[in-house]
Design a protein around this ligand. Structure first.
Ligand SMILES: Cc1cc2nc3c(=O)[nH]c(=O)nc-3n(C[C@H](O)[C@H](O)[C@H](O)COP(=O)(O)O)c2cc1C
Length: 118
């Protein structure tokens, strides 16, 4: 499974590197990247920052098998709201959430979830 991601300060990029799967940034991808299905990983910020993820899903949500959210639990009820909002808007499964660049346990959990997705 390919991983598509959006990252502003690099935490999501670091998490994706730890997964060690084929990946691409949604701000810099080629057509061949979106020929196959993928999972999208997004950080959590105001929509005026995360709009590239929304625009990407407008075009390619049919290839997206689910969304992972990175955030900070100090934000309470607003933890990973970007991923949750996008999952709802595009009717996609919200697969997992984690803080910052994720722990080794998060990496193992996500790899386990991904193996079950066709
Ligand atoms: C200005 C700002 C606002 C944020 N707002 C939220 C938030 O509302 N909810 C949340 O869960 N995390 C929030 N975060 C945390 C980031 O989403 C989190 O650190 C994420 O790992 C950043 O990923 P990135 O480095 O790939 O951009 C915020 C971070 C910043 C700097």
């Amino acid at each position: 499974m390919k991983i598509a991601y959006f990252s502003v300060t690099g935490q999501v990029r670091r998490f994706v590197k730890k997964l060690d799967l084929p990946s691409f940034e949604i701000t810099d991808f080629s057509q061949s990247d979106v020929d196959d299905s993928f999972i999208l990983v997004v950080p959590t910020y105001e929509p005026d920052i995360t709009y590239p993820a929304d625009e990407f899903l407008e075009d390619y949500s049919d290839k997206c098998r689910g969304i992972l959210g990175s955030g900070n639990r100090n934000f309470g009820d607003e933890f990973v709201y970007t991923a949750k909002d996008l999952a709802k808007k595009y009717n996609l499964p919200m697969l997992y959430s984690f803080e910052f660049n994720g722990t080794q346990e998060d990496v193992a959990n996500v790899l386990e979830i991904i193996t079950k997705i066709k």
